[in-house]
Design a protein around this ligand. Structure first.
Ligand SMILES: [Zn+2]
Length: 1023
């Protein structure tokens, strides 16, 4: 999946029973699994390419690292082998082709063989082409359109009125499509050459085994998914070949925006590569999407992986995973290839992986981890005991120590793929019928498991975010309808059980208002929706992806899987802050409605006048508008007000000196409702300036900040892209920037940010654009990636803030700011037993008058990944103990019952002064003792100001896994810390993440737009 080594070692007892059960089901349910596979190997009548075959054998390091399928290359008089482009065989040491070379070869194949066609499927962020190569018989390729028309009917069973007999006829007449994608992770380098050779074999090999594949199915290949990153990786490899004795620079930019998270985008559809692969998969009506990765020895088919499986998938699919995977293991074991297995640590819960495009669109998702060397060098590879030990699911494990070559990796990739293709072909009717059945069962969802639909109300106060979410569903190929008239639905209100509340101790002496203590039975309520409300019907072929994105997730702390591989919760309506109603009442499907092609928030100007008012509902478009109308004078209201017969919230924009046509145009384009009035409303305001924003990255990782860059680009908010080394050398940051965003680095400790990589030894690691590395150094560059921010950089950041700049930090960079003393009065507590792994949690606004909270009211669901846990103090003097709440009120040992007061024999009782109630997110009020000669007392105006805090323990979990949530419950989530003339704004949640957290983007945007008035609405402590 990625080179992060999370795929090992956690062998949990107690899993055996479950897996045995699954395996037995496969035994009983799928006879073809045990049908003898047709003899694999070359046709003796076909000549082989002797020279090429010798090279294959030369570069294969052990006789058992190959198979009868790939230990030779068939010769062709007309079709060129990969050597024509590579100059050597696929997988040869020292050879790593650029994407252009891979494409050049695929197009040579197309020219030379009627069995190959190349299709352009779109472009990357940096403008590089993506392709899909179809390989099949001449006849199949000549009838692609007819075949696609048949597959389209199976893909949408409504077109044949869910008629199984008609489906059977279509199955008989159709050839299936197996889609293979290579090198999404740019440091995993082997797939392109394996796929070049695979295409050649499929086109020219006349063995019956390959003929079966060619004649009865279409193999579709995207040899390079992350094209931008591939070309950079080849640059690095070439640099390494030119500097054989030196360390080489790590691939800091895998793609334009993100690193391994490009394989977490199948929900949000933010990246071009995801959009292009989805359009290809859905457009071709393919049955399988098989994605190639490299990290685990020697071939781990991780689709069957481990539980929990994603809850929204059809069990038909999860059984298909087992069938294909175990057959794959059996075939390759029979060939004598060690280290092939399928069960393992990877859970299949999150639907964010690229392969999941198939899983959520009625296909079959598959993923291989093979063993790559991160380049084309042949290396001695030494494994960890957990990797080479024999287990029940890995009876022929990898070897402890071997010479390993790129050719070995290519042999495993090609052999695995060929056996999969052949098995799929042999059972193609079963799989095609399943493809139809999964689509049919998706259409029948309202009458089977439900729900019937999801409804998005027409009167959503944040139409921009609503349109954004609906547009993602459109990209996912879901149908969206719009109600032609008002309607109502009945929804069930689930029973509230009174459970023993383990977190009750956190409730501040039982002061929580929502603690009722009574048991409430399931009830029903009726909800009214206005005409124009959006309805996502569940009786459509791709209902499962809509359901998976819009529903809530629950990951039990008791789940046997203790190491979730990725996020455990993602509920899009929560993260987008968009109200959506899950409706099981099937009457909703009878509401008169029409399909909508494009979803766009309506906008424009109402009324006439020289002043325009736009309400602030925390829509991201407001920030876009500010930068788009950069010459207009815009103020923000500091209090709610009425005007033009409307109510306007805090932070609403009041635009003056703007051309009415410009406002009209911008409002229409951005989906904002502007109200024109004759004169300014009388309300306290401050100017909203187009702040000069810098986004600072490290040279350690650009994975997390990449999502921030993506979001800013998407919203057309200009920024300067700087790095920690720039800051180290720039002693007047304030003259250039108003706001510096320091997005998460990713589990970086403060010293790593300061130190960077070791510079006391080794060679410089350049990241520069040179003739030798033409694809590198364009986003940013440095002659040496190693130095970090340094202590000068820390001082420069501190000075920037003191002079009025705003520094925004998140998660590990918040920890950095706190640890380095940039935020007096804030400390970070280490969790003891908390596990919040990529979950959606409830947060509540504490200070709605802060500009950071503009447009929000009450609460917000945010993305949280284990904090940090902030504590506040009005004293600078270091850390203090966390507030443990009720313990403070507990009585000491003494006379009487637990409710009684103690006494002191021989004197009258004296009542202690009552201590004020303090909330967990607040600082303890200062005592008179602390104030006397209070050297370390922070003056009221300089104290941290909490804007948003985490919810109470029992409401914290919105979606995903929350275990030990009481450790972070009620603690501050967003804090504005004044420092000199400026501010440091600390985030514990990640407000900008994977294009999925649109609801919390405005927390950052508000900070940017109000950078010089963050103290607005602030109430100061009396002392
Ligand atoms: Zn990977």
């Amino acid at each position: 999946m990625s080179s992060e080594a999370r795929l090992e070692n956690d062998r949990r007892p107690g899993r055996f029973g479950l897996l045995t059960a699954i395996f037995c089901f496969v035994l009983a349910g799928a006879a073809p699994l045990f049908a003898r596979n047709q003899a694999a190997g070359r046709d003796p009548k076909q000549p082989i390419d002797r020279e090429y075959t010798d090279k294959i054998q030369k570069y294969t390091t052990e006789p058992y690292f190959t198979s009868p399928l790939v230990n030779y290359l068939p010769a062709s008089k007309t079709v060129p082998t990969p050597k024509a482009v590579l100059g050597d065989v696929a997988g040869a040491p020292g050879i790593l082709p650029y994407s252009s070379d891979v494409y050049k070869y695929m197009r040579m194949l197309e020219k030379a063989s009627p069995r190959v066609k190349v299709f352009s499927i779109g472009h990357t962020e940096e403008g590089r082409e993506m392709i899909a190569v179809a390989v099949s018989s001449e006849t199949n390729l000549a009838h692609l359109d007819e075949n696609r028309a048949r597959l389209a009917k199976l893909a949408d069973p409504r077109t044949i009125h869910l008629n199984d007999d008609e489906a059977d006829q279509l199955v008989d007449a159709s050839v299936p499509i197996y889609y293979i994608t290579g090198t999404i992770h740019s440091v995993e380098t082997g797939a392109p050459t394996a796929l070049m050779e695979l295409a050649y074999r499929l086109a020219v090999d006349e063995s019956p085994y390959i003929q079966d594949i060619r004649n009865n199915m279409i193999t579709l290949i995207t040899p390079v998914v992350e094209v931008d990153g591939r070309d950079r990786m080849v640059d690095i490899y070439r640099w390494h070949l030119a500097h054989p004795k030196e360390n080489w620079p790590p691939l800091i930019y895998w793609g334009h925006y993100v690193a391994h998270d490009n394989n977490r985008d199948a929900m949000g559809m933010t990246l071009r590569l995801t959009q292009n692969v989805l359009n290809t998969f859905v457009g071709w009506k393919a049955q399988v999407l098989h994605d190639l990765h490299e990290s685990v020895p020697y071939l781990y088919d991780n689709t069957a992986g481990d539980g929990p499986f994603n809850a929204w998938l059809d069990p038909i699919l999860t059984n298909e995973w087992e069938m294909i995977a175990w057959r794959n293991v059996a075939d390759m074991t029979e060939f004598g290839m060690p280290g092939v297995f399928t069960h393992g640590d990877f859970d299949t819960w999150s639907p964010g992986y690229l392969m999941f495009i198939a899983a959520t669109h009625n296909g079959i998702s598959r993923l291989y981890e093979t063993f790559g060397n991160g380049g084309a060098d042949t290396e001695e590879r030494t494994l960890q005991p957990g990797e080479y030990s024999r287990t029940w699911y890995r009876q022929n494990p990898p070897l402890p120590k071997v010479q390993w070559s790129q050719r070995d990796n290519n042999n495993y990739e090609e052999t695995g793929l060929l056996t999969s293709l052949h098995y799929f072909e042999q059972n193609r009717k079963l799989f095609l019928k399943n493809f139809y059945l999964k689509a049919k069962r998706s259409v029948l969802k309202p009458t089977e498991e439900g729900p019937a639909a999801y409804v998005f109300p027409a009167n959503d106060p944040r139409p921009g975010a609503q349109a954004h979410l609906l547009s993602i569903l459109r990209m996912q190929a879901c149908e969206i309808s719009r109600a032609k008239e008002a309607f109502s639905v009945t929804v069930k209100v689930p029973a509230k059980k009174k459970t023993p509340d383990a977190n009750a101790k956190d409730e501040g002496a039982g002061k929580s208002s929502d603690e009722s203590g009574t048991e409430v039975k399931e009830t029903e309520k009726t909800i009214q929706f206005p005409a124009g409300s959006y309805i996502v019907r569940m009786d459509q072929p791709y209902s499962r992806i809509a359901d998976a994105l819009l529903d809530h997730q629950y990951w039990s702390p008791e789940d046997p899987q203790k190491t979730p591989y990725d996020d455990t919760g993602w509920t899009f309506p929560e993260l987008f802050d968009v109200p959506v109603t899950r409706v099981t009442d099937r009457k909703v499907l009878d509401v008169p409605m029409e399909l909508v092609a494009e979803i766009k928030a309506g906008g424009g100007v109402n009324g006439s006048g020289a002043v325009f008012i736009i309400s602030n509902n925390a829509d991201t478009s407001l920030a876009t508008l500010r930068y788009q109308m950069k010459d207009a004078s815009i103020d923000a209201a500091e209090e709610p007000f009425d005007a033009a017969g409307q109510k306007f919230s805090r932070g609403s924009f009041i635009i003056k000196d703007a051309n009415a046509t410009d406002v009209q145009k911008a409002a229409e384009q951005l989906g904002l409702q502007a109200y024109a009035v004759a004169s300014e409303p009388s309300v306290k305001t401050h100017p909203v300036r187009a702040a000069r924003v810098a986004l600072m990255h490290t040279w350690l990782s650009t994975q997390q900040e990449g999502w921030w860059r993506e979001a800013l680009d998407q919203m057309r908010i200009p920024y300067t892209y700087i790095n920690t080394q720039t800051v180290a050398h720039e002693n007047d940051l304030r003259s250039k920037y108003d706001v510096i965003l320091f997005a998460p680095v990713g589990h970086a400790n403060p010293t790593a940010i300061i130190d960077g990589m070791p510079t006391g030894w080794g060679n410089p690691l350049p990241w520069e654009n040179t003739p030798q590395t033409p694809n590198i150094g364009k986003l940013d560059s440095t002659p040496d990636m190693r130095p970090g921010l340094g202590w000068e950089g820390v001082a420069h950041l501190q000075e920037f803030v003191r002079q009025g700049g705003v520094l925004v930090t998140t998660m590990d960079t918040s920890d950095f700011a706190v640890t380095l003393g940039l935020t007096p009065g804030v400390s970070v507590a280490r969790p003891n037993h908390m596990k919040i792994i990529g979950s959606v949690v409830k947060a509540r606004f504490v200070d709605s008058a802060s500009p950071i909270a503009y447009g929000y009211d009450g609460s917000l669901s945010v993305y949280c990944d284990n904090g940090p846990i902030f504590d506040l103090s009005d004293l600078t003097s270091g850390r203090r103990f966390r507030q443990l709440g009720p313990e403070q009120g507990k009585r000491p040992t003494g006379r009487g019952t637990i409710e009684d007061p103690d006494f002191t024999p021989g004197r009258q009782a004296v009542a202690a002064p009552e201590r004020p109630h303090v909330e967990t997110w607040q600082a303890q009020p200062l005592t008179d003792e602390q104030l006397r000669n209070g050297i370390d007392v922070i003056p009221p105006a300089s104290r941290p100001r909490v804007i948003l805090r985490y919810g109470d323990a029992k409401e914290l979990l919105v979606s995903g896994l929350v275990e030990g949530g009481d450790e972070i419950a009620k603690h501050a989530a967003v804090i504005d810390v004044p420092s000199g003339e400026g501010h440091v704004v600390l985030f514990s949640n990640n407000p900008i993440y994977r294009g999925e957290t649109i609801g919390s983007y405005p927390l950052v945007l508000n900070t940017i737009l109000n950078f010089d008035h963050l103290n607005a609405g602030r109430k100061l402590d009396a002392k």
